[in-house]
Design a protein around this ligand. Structure first.
Ligand code: HOZ
Length: 432
């Protein structure tokens, strides 16, 4: 069992300084009734905490650490760029390097704009969609989380579900009324809702592979239906690939499903671990952005040279090594092993994975939407995650989040993970 006295002291100090002691709610471990771990360094597949404990990391900063923490080429790229300057508030060729790597690999993106986070990417994509179509309404799906954008913080997943805050206070009713929500993976409900708002429907936004209600991929038929209906109505389809972009395959979910959205939001991986977001799509739509078009969007740190240097290095590594198949195989070995241990002990357990993203649920059936996820067993989840963390395995501290594996997770880490899971189940720690 790891001792985490320093983490506890640091959390107490942080609580006096920041709401809940954190800068992003899920990190507070509130819903698993645990103590958050404070980290000091990370290397490869491992995180190291303030008390000197070592953890096998299955969060990987929620995606970007796909080639492992502190990858030497990425660290060097950041160091080299830092010596040349950290921000100019003016263009660099690095922005075009990242833009062309994205355009070459993501099927629907012809032009792109860099921003600083996934939230900024979806927020700006929505504004562009409304400006381009001259319509107001948005359809979003229950349990999809598109960052903390006012219009999108309605029946959202991730921390919003973790803390049971379906509609955050602070969002004017006049704005919220333009967002219509629909159950995920429910074609009939979508068609009905679509028909009721189609005249003023600017856009439908969806996580094609949802990573914010646990890991729940959209079905092919569901995504094809959304594409067909939006196209026939001149409403734009936005794929939020902030989590899945360059994480499930080079071309993201849109490559896997062979569906081209009009706009795509990206984040996380394209910054190599530095704060980045981007949105891109068809030229005629993107050219509607200022300074070429009338829809305004701007940012001093957009296309920041440090972030672009890190992002370009990571994207080049991914293109050279194409690790996705291998990542999926490794995730499968871990998940199948966990499932075998759980099922043989009579614990309901289901799993899923694509590329380097995965999910597991304490339920017999794999969830298809957020209602299914909310019905999975909370007590088993909390006690399992807390026990894993105490034994050096760091999984996401909420059942509404996905898991991530890196190229640096090898046989040793996989074996250790299964050994710990086996111990937790066999000694009854999972029921504490
Ligand atoms: N909501 C984020 C992932 N889906 C978690 C962000 C964080 O706490 O770092």
């Amino acid at each position: 069992m790891n001792k985490i006295d320093k983490s506890i002291a640091l959390f107490n100090e942080a609580k006096a300084l920041m709401p809940g002691g954190v800068n992003s709610p899920v990190r507070a471990f509130k819903n698993i009734h645990g103590d958050p771990i404070f980290f000091e360094k990370a290397q490869g597949a491992y995180l190291f905490d303030a008390d000197g404990n070592k953890y096998i990391d299955y969060i990987g900063s929620w995606g970007p650490m796909i080639m492992g923490h502190s990858h030497p080429e990425i660290v060097n790229a950041i160091k080299n760029q830092a010596e040349l300057g950290t921000s100019y508030g003016a263009p660099t060729s690095l922005e075009s390097d990242v833009a062309s790597l994205i355009i070459e690999n993501v099927p629907s993106i012809e032009k792109i704009r860099m921003v600083n986070s996934g939230t900024e990417a979806t927020m700006s994509a929505i504004r562009l969609a409304r400006g381009f179509t001259n319509r107001n309404k948005i359809i979003k799906f229950d349990g999809c989380y598109h960052g903390h954008v006012d219009s999108l913080l309605i029946k959202a997943g991730s921390g919003v579900s973790t803390f049971g805050l379906p509609d955050s206070p602070g969002i004017p009713e006049d704005l919220a009324k333009h967002t219509i929500t629909c159950p995920y993976n429910d074609i009939e409900a979508f068609i009905q809702i679509f028909n009721s708002v189609k005249d003023d429907l600017a856009t439908v936004i969806v996580e094609p592979i949802a990573g914010n209600m646990g890991f729940v991929p959209g079905t092919l038929e569901f995504l094809q239906t959304i594409r067909a209906y939006t196209e026939s109505n001149d409403s734009l389809l936005i794929f939020d690939e902030v989590m899945s972009g360059f994480r499930v395959s080079l071309g993201g979910a849109q490559e896997i499903y062979n569906i081209k959205p009009d706009l795509t939001a990206l984040g996380k991986v394209i910054g190599g671990g530095l704060p980045v977001g981007a949105f891109g799509g068809k030229k005629e739509i993107m050219n509607y952005l200022a300074p070429e078009g009338p829809v305004y969007q701007a940012g001093t740190l957009s296309g920041n040279p440090l972030a672009m240097a890190a992002g370009a290095t990571l994207l080049n590594l991914l293109i050279a090594q194409n690790p996705y198949k291998e990542l999926e195989e490794k995730a499968k070995v871990i998940l199948n092993g966990m499932k075998e241990i759980m099922i043989s002990s009579g614990i309901p357990f289901s799993t899923n994975q694509i590329g380097g993203m995965f999910g597991f649920f304490f339920s017999e059936e794999l969830p298809k939407n957020i209602d299914d996820v909310s019905r999975t067993n909370d007590e088993l989840f909390s006690s399992f995650i807390n026990a894993c963390i105490q034994n050096g395995i760091y999984f996401a501290p909420s059942k509404y989040e996905a898991g991530f594996i890196s190229a640096t997770h090898g046989d040793m880490e996989i074996d250790k993970t299964l050994e710990v899971v086996n111990k937790i189940v066999k000694t009854g720690e999972i029921n504490k």
